[in-house]
Design a protein around this ligand. Structure first.
Ligand code: ATP
Ligand code: MG
Length: 562
């Protein structure tokens, strides 16, 4: 653990100021408020790590509040996945709550506002209302229904609630100021009619409250001290405060909305709506496709909770919009797996290699270190025999001096095994190499302590014994989009930038037999290739691996260049 005291982010500074001004520390309370209309993504992880991180730091409760005011898009499946993902990330909420639990309270407050002359029923269509909105530089005009009698408003609002009117015919609006420079203050809609079943309240309600009306009041009901949201809500803060003024009891804590920049990640999109589009149009195989920036996709890909938390911390909380480099996320998982993932050998593009002076029928069990980064990881045995597979790209008939792999007439070490020398090749009619014939130096076995075993040769390559290797499927992933910011193009939709080669399936890779006992989700370093984990599609007789991340540390290079 680093002893360096981390500097406070600007939200922590705000909290510290509030405490210094007399806010009781025991009053601190936070919430994470997802709308259950999709799966959580790595952007949500920023908000989760922020809110739950503050909860841990200040020993304060953090509520999980489902912001479920739109029955059209919300489903129980999403609620379940969200809970699962937050727990998987390692956080515990104080209470599981739903905005829909507050529908009655919100309704009662709306009645109170009508009675106080602060809300009215508007019979106009949404188009008519939009026409009267004005522009940022031109004031809007009052609705002809704005000065309705309180009794008439109460009657109409009750009828709206009971389903007497069709969708789109009436709304309840706050009566604020049609000339406010903040367009959101121009008599915003509080309720609309929606005749849809809700995932929790069923058919009880024919009207549903709007986000702005619901969010602040929910914070107030739960007595959230700091309601942290993303920057696009900055203009909403004035309305948040106005709505609180309508119900605020000075005996109680008054929630405070503060905004931070969204987490954007390069080469992907982050909105649930867009991710849903990718799922529904079949560009990916579901929300947990390992190419998706969802928590479930990252989990399936081999990311760990810790790597995501550390990524979130290191990317930080910003005041202004920015894009975080995907390489930073990869850096964190690589860093962790380097310490924890057992090393094994796998050959993805096999070519046969025969050691002509190794006795036919002979087999040896060689020893390999499980993890040189972890002294306690121990050793495994690796079978060796006369016929092996190596990576096709690790051999050339002729090559220049910089090619530190196998070439005709030259030597290379087989990892954990012997030094071999390529003698000749056998080719197909089209020139493709079928077999590489080699000889080995019998005394050069790794770790045997002989002089020959200490002999230095330029390269070391990985291999598997063809008789012992297990055939398995390996899935290689590339970024899902070819553009760094696929949704930043005004004229072209984000789907135009989908990378057609984001998935490459290798049906017949070979892995060493120690992997026979690998379980779904287990991670390994395939030496010289990268980190891989067992996919959930694996079965008893067929292993399937995902490449989590390649070995090469492009982030470190980026950092060095700065
Ligand atoms: P999306 O556009 O992906 O649907 P959203 O903001 O509508 O996102 P919500 O379910 O409303 O999704 O978000 C729950 C919480 O997570 C909110 O407080 C929101 O501000 C935060 N959040 C969502 N996306 C990000 C992001 N990219 N970076 C940081 N916080 C985010
Ligand atoms: Mg939302």
């Amino acid at each position: 653990m680093s002893e360096v005291k981390k500097s406070l982010n600007f939200l922590e500074q705000i909290i510290e100021e509030d405490l210094a001004k007399g806010l009781d520390k025991s009053k601190l309370k936070f919430r994470f408020p997802p709308e259950p209309n999709g799966y959580l993504h790595i952007g949500h992880a920023a908000s989760i790590c922020l809110n739950f991180g503050l909860g841990i730091k200040y020993n304060a409760p953090v509520n999980l509040r489902f912001d479920d005011t739109n029955p059209v898009k919300e489903e129980q499946e999403y609620v379940d996945s969200i809970k699962n993902d937050i727990q998987w990330l390692g956080f515990n909420w104080a209470e599981e709550l739903y905005s829909s639990d507050y529908f009655q309270q919100l309704y009662d407050w709306a009645i109170m506002m009508i009675k106080n002359g602060k809300a009215f029923v508007d019979d106009q269509t949404s188009e008519q209302i939009a026409e009267q909105k004005g522009t940022p530089t031109k004031p809007g005009s009052n609705s002809p229904f704005r000065d309705r009698l309180v009794s008439e408003n109460l009657d109409l609002f009750e009828k709206m609630k009971n389903g007497a009117f069709d969708e789109g015919t009436h709304v309840l609006r706050a009566k604020i100021d049609m000339s406010s420079p903040n367009m959101l203050m121009r008599d915003p809609v509080m309720y609309r009619i929606l005749k849809k079943a809700h995932h929790r309240t069923g058919e009880d309600w024919k009207i549903y409250p709007m986000y702005d009306w619901t969010h602040g009041e929910s914070d107030y009901i739960e007595q959230i001290s700091h309601s942290l949201c993303t920057l696009e809500f900055k203009h909403h803060r004035e309305l948040y405060d106005w709505f609180l003024d309508q119900v605020y009891d000075p005996e109680k804590l008054r929630p405070k909305q503060r905004e931070f920049a969204r987490r954007n990640l390069s080469y992907t999109v982050m909105s649930k709506r867009k991710l849903l589009e990718l799922v529904e149009s079949g560009y990916v195989n579901g929300w947990d496709d390992p190419r998706m920036p969802t928590i479930s996709g990252l989990r399936r890909r081999g990311y760990t909770p810790r790597s995501i938390r550390e990524f979130s911390d290191s990317a930080g909380i910003a005041k202004r919009d920015n894009v975080t480099d995907l390489a930073l996320l990869e850096f964190h998982i690589r860093n962790e797996l380097n310490k924890t993932a057992p090393r094994v050998m796998a050959v993805l593009d096999p070519v046969k290699l025969v050691i002509t002076n190794y006795p036919e029928g002979k087999e040896e069990m060689l020893t390999g270190e499980n993890n040189p980064e972890d002294a306690d990881a121990g050793f495994r045995t690796i079978p060796f025999s006369r016929e092996l597979y190596i990576e096709r790209e690790d051999f050339r008939e002729v090559a220049n001096k910089k090619f530190f792999r196998l070439k005709l007439g030259k030597e290379v070490r087989l990892k954990n095994a012997y030094i071999i020398k390529a003698e000749s090749v056998d080719k197909d009619a089209d020139g493709t190499i079928k077999v590489i014939y080699c000889t080995y130096d019998e005394d050069s076995k790794s770790g045997s302590g002989t002089e020959a075993s200490q002999r230095k040769v330029k390269g070391t390559i990985h291999w598997v014994s063809s008789k012992h290797a297990l055939k398995s499927e390996v899935r290689l992933y590339d970024r899902l989009f070819t553009d760094e910011a696929p949704d930043a193009h005004k004229e072209r939709g984000f789907k135009e930038f989908i990378n057609p080669d984001s998935l490459k399936v290798i049906p017949d890779a070979y892995v060493e037999p120690s992997l026979a006992t690998a379980q779904k989700g287990d991670s390994f370093q395939f030496q010289r290739l990268g980190y891989f984990n067992v996919d959930k599609d694996a079965s008893d007789d067929r292993l399937v691996f995902n490449r989590t991340v390649a070995l090469r540390d492009s982030w470190a290079k980026i950092e060095q260049r700065k």
